[in-house]
Design a protein around this ligand. Structure first.
Ligand SMILES: Nc1ncnc2c1ncn2[C@@H]1O[C@H](COP(=O)(O)OP(=O)(O)O)[C@@H](O)[C@H]1O
Ligand SMILES: [Mg+2]
Length: 278
Protein backbone atom coordinates (compact mmCIF):
# COMPACT_ATOMS: atom_id res chain seq x y z
CA UNK A 1 0.00 0.00 0.00
CA UNK A 2 1.47 3.33 -1.08
CA UNK A 3 2.60 6.02 1.31
CA UNK A 4 1.03 9.26 0.08
CA UNK A 5 3.04 12.46 0.50
CA UNK A 6 1.95 15.98 -0.46
CA UNK A 7 4.57 18.62 -1.30
CA UNK A 8 3.06 21.88 -0.17
CA UNK A 9 3.78 25.51 0.61
CA UNK A 10 1.30 28.21 -0.32
CA UNK A 11 4.21 30.38 -1.45
CA UNK A 12 5.10 29.99 -5.13
CA UNK A 13 8.61 29.35 -6.44
CA UNK A 14 9.92 27.46 -3.39
CA UNK A 15 10.72 24.25 -5.36
CA UNK A 16 7.56 22.22 -4.68
CA UNK A 17 7.39 20.93 -8.24
CA UNK A 18 11.15 20.41 -8.54
CA UNK A 19 11.18 18.49 -5.25
CA UNK A 20 8.13 16.36 -6.09
CA UNK A 21 9.58 15.23 -9.41
CA UNK A 22 13.18 14.69 -8.33
CA UNK A 23 12.31 12.95 -5.05
CA UNK A 24 10.01 10.72 -7.08
CA UNK A 25 12.70 9.86 -9.63
CA UNK A 26 15.22 9.26 -6.82
CA UNK A 27 12.77 6.81 -5.18
CA UNK A 28 12.29 5.17 -8.59
CA UNK A 29 16.08 4.73 -8.92
CA UNK A 30 15.85 2.81 -5.64
CA UNK A 31 13.35 0.51 -7.42
CA UNK A 32 10.25 1.79 -5.69
CA UNK A 33 7.02 2.14 -7.66
CA UNK A 34 6.21 5.85 -7.82
CA UNK A 35 3.23 7.88 -9.01
CA UNK A 36 3.34 11.68 -9.06
CA UNK A 37 0.09 13.62 -9.20
CA UNK A 38 0.05 17.10 -10.68
CA UNK A 39 -2.53 19.05 -8.71
CA UNK A 40 -1.43 22.48 -9.93
CA UNK A 41 -3.43 24.03 -12.82
CA UNK A 42 -0.12 25.52 -14.03
CA UNK A 43 0.86 21.93 -14.88
CA UNK A 44 4.58 22.51 -14.27
CA UNK A 45 5.16 18.97 -13.06
CA UNK A 46 3.57 17.56 -16.23
CA UNK A 47 5.67 19.91 -18.39
CA UNK A 48 8.83 18.90 -16.49
CA UNK A 49 8.24 15.42 -17.95
CA UNK A 50 7.71 16.71 -21.48
CA UNK A 51 3.92 16.43 -21.31
CA UNK A 52 2.02 19.17 -23.17
CA UNK A 53 -0.97 19.99 -20.97
CA UNK A 54 -2.82 21.58 -23.91
CA UNK A 55 -2.68 18.32 -25.86
CA UNK A 56 -4.28 16.22 -23.12
CA UNK A 57 -7.78 14.92 -23.63
CA UNK A 58 -8.11 13.96 -19.96
CA UNK A 59 -6.39 15.10 -16.82
CA UNK A 60 -6.65 15.19 -13.03
CA UNK A 61 -9.59 17.57 -13.54
CA UNK A 62 -11.69 14.72 -15.01
CA UNK A 63 -10.70 12.47 -12.12
CA UNK A 64 -11.68 15.00 -9.44
CA UNK A 65 -14.75 16.50 -11.06
CA UNK A 66 -16.11 13.76 -13.36
CA UNK A 67 -14.96 10.86 -11.16
CA UNK A 68 -13.09 9.19 -14.03
CA UNK A 69 -10.68 6.45 -12.88
CA UNK A 70 -7.23 7.80 -12.02
CA UNK A 71 -5.55 4.89 -13.79
CA UNK A 72 -7.06 6.04 -17.12
CA UNK A 73 -5.12 9.31 -17.15
CA UNK A 74 -1.73 8.03 -15.96
CA UNK A 75 1.17 8.67 -18.36
CA UNK A 76 4.30 6.54 -18.02
CA UNK A 77 7.42 8.67 -18.01
CA UNK A 78 10.53 8.55 -15.78
CA UNK A 79 7.90 7.90 -13.13
CA UNK A 80 4.14 7.53 -13.58
CA UNK A 81 2.45 10.92 -13.86
CA UNK A 82 -1.19 11.88 -13.39
CA UNK A 83 -1.07 15.10 -15.43
CA UNK A 84 -2.80 18.43 -14.91
CA UNK A 85 -4.22 20.77 -17.49
CA UNK A 86 -5.33 24.37 -17.26
CA UNK A 87 -8.99 23.39 -16.74
CA UNK A 88 -7.91 22.22 -13.27
CA UNK A 89 -8.18 25.91 -12.38
CA UNK A 90 -11.95 25.42 -12.60
CA UNK A 91 -11.96 22.36 -10.35
CA UNK A 92 -12.28 24.33 -7.09
CA UNK A 93 -15.37 26.05 -8.46
CA UNK A 94 -16.83 22.85 -9.92
CA UNK A 95 -16.29 20.97 -6.67
CA UNK A 96 -17.33 23.76 -4.33
CA UNK A 97 -20.94 22.62 -4.00
CA UNK A 98 -20.24 18.88 -4.24
CA UNK A 99 -20.77 16.69 -1.19
CA UNK A 100 -17.45 15.22 -0.11
CA UNK A 101 -15.57 17.84 -2.11
CA UNK A 102 -12.49 17.55 0.15
CA UNK A 103 -12.29 13.81 -0.42
CA UNK A 104 -12.33 13.59 -4.23
CA UNK A 105 -8.61 12.83 -4.50
CA UNK A 106 -8.59 10.46 -1.52
CA UNK A 107 -11.36 8.45 -3.19
CA UNK A 108 -9.63 8.45 -6.57
CA UNK A 109 -6.43 7.11 -4.97
CA UNK A 110 -8.18 4.10 -3.42
CA UNK A 111 -8.13 2.20 -6.71
CA UNK A 112 -4.39 2.70 -7.36
CA UNK A 113 -2.80 2.79 -3.88
CA UNK A 114 -1.95 -0.90 -3.93
CA UNK A 115 0.03 -0.53 -7.17
CA UNK A 116 2.57 1.95 -5.86
CA UNK A 117 5.02 2.28 -2.99
CA UNK A 118 4.95 6.09 -3.01
CA UNK A 119 2.41 8.54 -4.36
CA UNK A 120 3.71 12.12 -4.39
CA UNK A 121 1.34 15.04 -4.88
CA UNK A 122 2.50 18.39 -6.25
CA UNK A 123 0.18 21.16 -5.03
CA UNK A 124 -0.60 24.69 -6.24
CA UNK A 125 0.66 27.79 -4.39
CA UNK A 126 -2.47 28.25 -2.28
CA UNK A 127 -4.30 26.58 0.59
CA UNK A 128 -7.49 26.21 -1.45
CA UNK A 129 -9.63 23.16 -2.13
CA UNK A 130 -7.06 21.42 -4.35
CA UNK A 131 -4.40 21.57 -1.62
CA UNK A 132 -6.99 20.52 0.97
CA UNK A 133 -7.77 17.50 -1.21
CA UNK A 134 -4.05 16.67 -1.17
CA UNK A 135 -3.85 17.03 2.65
CA UNK A 136 -6.94 14.88 3.09
CA UNK A 137 -5.51 12.13 0.90
CA UNK A 138 -1.97 12.27 2.33
CA UNK A 139 -0.15 10.38 5.06
CA UNK A 140 2.15 13.35 5.45
CA UNK A 141 3.30 16.67 4.06
CA UNK A 142 6.74 17.77 2.90
CA UNK A 143 7.25 21.51 2.95
CA UNK A 144 9.95 22.94 0.71
CA UNK A 145 11.07 26.39 1.89
CA UNK A 146 13.24 28.84 0.06
CA UNK A 147 16.21 29.87 2.20
CA UNK A 148 16.35 33.28 0.51
CA UNK A 149 12.82 34.32 1.38
CA UNK A 150 11.95 32.38 4.47
CA UNK A 151 8.40 33.07 5.65
CA UNK A 152 7.71 31.76 9.13
CA UNK A 153 4.32 33.41 9.10
CA UNK A 154 3.45 31.41 5.99
CA UNK A 155 4.59 28.20 7.71
CA UNK A 156 2.46 28.98 10.76
CA UNK A 157 -0.54 29.44 8.49
CA UNK A 158 0.20 26.11 6.81
CA UNK A 159 0.37 24.42 10.23
CA UNK A 160 -2.99 25.93 11.23
CA UNK A 161 -4.55 24.59 8.03
CA UNK A 162 -3.14 21.13 8.79
CA UNK A 163 -4.53 21.35 12.32
CA UNK A 164 -8.00 21.95 10.85
CA UNK A 165 -7.55 19.05 8.44
CA UNK A 166 -6.57 16.81 11.38
CA UNK A 167 -9.64 17.87 13.34
CA UNK A 168 -12.10 17.45 10.48
CA UNK A 169 -10.84 15.27 7.67
CA UNK A 170 -7.62 13.34 8.24
CA UNK A 171 -6.41 12.83 11.84
CA UNK A 172 -3.12 11.29 10.74
CA UNK A 173 -1.72 14.03 8.51
CA UNK A 174 1.23 16.12 9.66
CA UNK A 175 4.46 17.63 8.46
CA UNK A 176 6.95 14.86 7.69
CA UNK A 177 9.74 17.23 6.88
CA UNK A 178 10.75 20.76 6.04
CA UNK A 179 13.16 20.95 3.12
CA UNK A 180 15.45 23.98 2.81
CA UNK A 181 15.87 24.78 -0.90
CA UNK A 182 17.81 27.25 -3.06
CA UNK A 183 20.48 27.47 -0.39
CA UNK A 184 23.42 29.74 -1.19
CA UNK A 185 26.29 29.03 1.19
CA UNK A 186 28.00 32.29 0.24
CA UNK A 187 25.36 34.35 2.01
CA UNK A 188 25.01 34.71 5.77
CA UNK A 189 21.30 35.01 5.13
CA UNK A 190 21.06 31.43 3.83
CA UNK A 191 22.86 29.99 6.86
CA UNK A 192 20.72 32.08 9.20
CA UNK A 193 17.58 30.82 7.51
CA UNK A 194 18.53 27.19 8.21
CA UNK A 195 19.31 27.99 11.84
CA UNK A 196 15.96 29.74 12.27
CA UNK A 197 14.15 26.76 10.74
CA UNK A 198 15.95 24.39 13.13
CA UNK A 199 15.17 26.63 16.13
CA UNK A 200 11.49 26.57 15.21
CA UNK A 201 10.95 23.09 13.83
CA UNK A 202 13.70 20.99 15.41
CA UNK A 203 13.99 17.49 13.98
CA UNK A 204 11.38 18.17 11.39
CA UNK A 205 13.94 20.05 9.25
CA UNK A 206 15.65 17.63 6.87
CA UNK A 207 19.44 17.39 7.15
CA UNK A 208 19.41 17.48 3.36
CA UNK A 209 19.71 21.02 2.04
CA UNK A 210 19.17 21.72 -1.67
CA UNK A 211 21.71 24.20 -2.98
CA UNK A 212 20.92 26.83 -5.52
CA UNK A 213 22.04 25.83 -9.00
CA UNK A 214 21.00 26.75 -12.52
CA UNK A 215 20.79 23.02 -13.37
CA UNK A 216 17.32 22.91 -11.78
CA UNK A 217 16.06 25.48 -14.27
CA UNK A 218 17.77 23.77 -17.20
CA UNK A 219 16.43 20.23 -16.68
CA UNK A 220 12.70 21.07 -17.13
CA UNK A 221 13.48 22.69 -20.49
CA UNK A 222 14.60 19.23 -21.65
CA UNK A 223 11.47 17.72 -20.07
CA UNK A 224 13.50 15.62 -17.64
CA UNK A 225 14.37 15.24 -14.00
CA UNK A 226 17.76 16.34 -12.70
CA UNK A 227 18.74 12.63 -12.54
CA UNK A 228 18.27 12.27 -16.29
CA UNK A 229 19.71 15.69 -17.11
CA UNK A 230 22.88 15.48 -15.01
CA UNK A 231 23.00 12.05 -13.37
CA UNK A 232 26.45 12.43 -11.84
CA UNK A 233 25.93 15.99 -10.64
CA UNK A 234 25.64 17.28 -7.09
CA UNK A 235 22.02 18.35 -7.61
CA UNK A 236 20.95 14.80 -8.51
CA UNK A 237 22.86 13.43 -5.53
CA UNK A 238 21.11 15.87 -3.23
CA UNK A 239 17.68 14.48 -4.13
CA UNK A 240 19.00 10.91 -3.86
CA UNK A 241 20.14 11.85 -0.35
CA UNK A 242 16.74 13.35 0.42
CA UNK A 243 14.96 10.19 -0.72
CA UNK A 244 17.17 8.11 1.61
CA UNK A 245 16.66 10.47 4.53
CA UNK A 246 12.90 10.47 3.94
CA UNK A 247 12.74 6.67 3.89
CA UNK A 248 14.84 6.48 7.07
CA UNK A 249 12.52 8.93 8.81
CA UNK A 250 9.41 7.06 7.70
CA UNK A 251 10.88 3.77 8.90
CA UNK A 252 11.89 5.24 12.27
CA UNK A 253 8.41 6.66 12.68
CA UNK A 254 6.84 3.28 11.94
CA UNK A 255 9.08 1.57 14.49
CA UNK A 256 8.20 4.16 17.11
CA UNK A 257 4.54 3.88 16.18
CA UNK A 258 4.14 7.62 16.26
CA UNK A 259 4.16 10.54 13.90
CA UNK A 260 6.93 13.12 13.88
CA UNK A 261 4.30 15.74 14.53
CA UNK A 262 4.68 18.22 17.38
CA UNK A 263 8.44 17.97 17.71
CA UNK A 264 10.35 21.22 17.73
CA UNK A 265 9.08 24.34 19.33
CA UNK A 266 5.53 24.35 18.02
CA UNK A 267 3.34 27.26 17.18
CA UNK A 268 1.82 28.17 20.53
CA UNK A 269 4.74 30.46 21.20
CA UNK A 270 5.39 33.68 19.32
CA UNK A 271 7.56 33.47 16.23
CA UNK A 272 10.44 35.86 15.67
CA UNK A 273 9.73 38.37 12.92
CA UNK A 274 11.70 37.23 9.95
CA UNK A 275 11.51 37.35 6.16
CA UNK A 276 8.66 38.35 3.96
CA UNK A 277 5.13 37.61 4.95
CA UNK A 278 2.76 36.25 2.35
N1 LIG B 1 17.78 24.38 -5.90
C1 LIG B 1 17.42 25.23 -6.89
N2 LIG B 1 18.30 26.13 -7.37
C2 LIG B 1 17.96 26.98 -8.36
N3 LIG B 1 16.78 27.02 -8.95
C3 LIG B 1 15.84 26.15 -8.53
C4 LIG B 1 16.10 25.20 -7.48
N4 LIG B 1 14.99 24.47 -7.28
C5 LIG B 1 14.07 24.93 -8.15
N5 LIG B 1 14.57 25.93 -8.91
C6 LIG B 1 13.88 26.72 -9.96
O1 LIG B 1 13.05 27.68 -9.30
C7 LIG B 1 11.82 27.82 -10.00
C8 LIG B 1 10.67 27.48 -9.07
O2 LIG B 1 10.73 26.09 -8.73
P1 LIG B 1 9.42 25.20 -8.69
O3 LIG B 1 9.83 23.82 -8.37
O4 LIG B 1 8.63 25.39 -9.95
O5 LIG B 1 8.66 25.88 -7.46
P2 LIG B 1 7.14 25.79 -7.02
O6 LIG B 1 6.57 24.52 -7.55
O7 LIG B 1 7.18 25.84 -5.52
O8 LIG B 1 6.46 27.01 -7.57
C9 LIG B 1 11.91 26.91 -11.21
O9 LIG B 1 12.33 27.66 -12.31
C10 LIG B 1 12.96 25.88 -10.81
O10 LIG B 1 13.62 25.36 -11.94
MG1 LIG C 1 4.92 24.21 -8.76
Amino acid sequence: MATVLAFANQKGGVAKTTSTLNTGVALREMHHRVLAIDLDPQANLSMCQGIDPDALTRSVFDVLVHREPLEDIIIRSEIDIAPASIDLAGAEMALSSAIGRERSLEKALLAVRHRYDYILIDTPPSLGLLTINAFTAADGVIVPVQCEYLSLRGLAQLERTLEMIRENLNPAVGIKGILPTMFDSRTIHGREAIQILKDNFGDRVFDTVVRKTIKFAEAPVQGTSIMAYDPEGEAADTYRGLAKELLNNLEKEMLNGQSSEHEGRGFGEPLPAYGASI
